[in-house]
Design a protein around this ligand. Sequence first.
Ligand SMILES: C[S@@+](CC[C@H](N)C(=O)[O-])C[C@H]1O[C@@H](n2cnc3c(N)ncnc32)[C@H](O)[C@@H]1O
Length: 190
Amino acid sequence: MNETIFNKGVDITHALLSLKISPGDRVVDATCGNGHDTLFLARAVGQAGRVYAFDVQSRAIEQTQARLAQHGLSERVELIQAGHESLDQYVPRPVRAMVFNLGYLPGSDKRRVTQKATTVMAAQKGLALLAPGGIIMIVIYAGHSEGALEKKALHEFSAGLSQQEYNVFVIDLINQANNPPVVLGIEKVK
Ligand SMILES: C[S@@+](CC[C@H](N)C(=O)[O-])C[C@H]1O[C@@H](n2cnc3c(N)ncnc32)[C@H](O)[C@@H]1O
């Protein structure tokens, strides 16, 4: 296989999620934005699976809806215009995988950015919904001020998780310029 995986946070995330997601699974996109991750998840769960996709902005929900419709995959996805910090009100247990792509919607209002308190709260709630063997993948952009705060808060939160219950890892692209994203993963053991 000549394809590279480790040049982009999103590619790393999709490659690892591919190892975890099977047809029929229930999964979550915590920040659907332009719908790229939602489309990936909709393909991965197949016809019998279900994707719950969240975003606070109507523009993001519309963009994701359009992308899914273009690929004939709308039926597999529940689009929810709400903050991911309330995901426990919408998503039943068990969840196989969850993805967060933090920051702001490209080409949109940069003030509508994910925030450390709600991001950590959503990750906590997400862990409670995960099936054993399930995974949360978070792509963090620490090059802007709120992103740096999110990175610190997420590291503190996840480093404190019980080793018996979770495997926590970080992928840092250490030879790349311009603050490349950091990928944080939390796999549930039991
Ligand atoms: C980097 S974009 C996501 C990109 C997207 N995953 C894709 O594939 O195109 C981050 C998104 O998070 C959304 N967001 C910000 N705060 C949020 C919250 N509390 N809950 C859910 N989404 C939120 C923003 O509106 C923005 O669309």
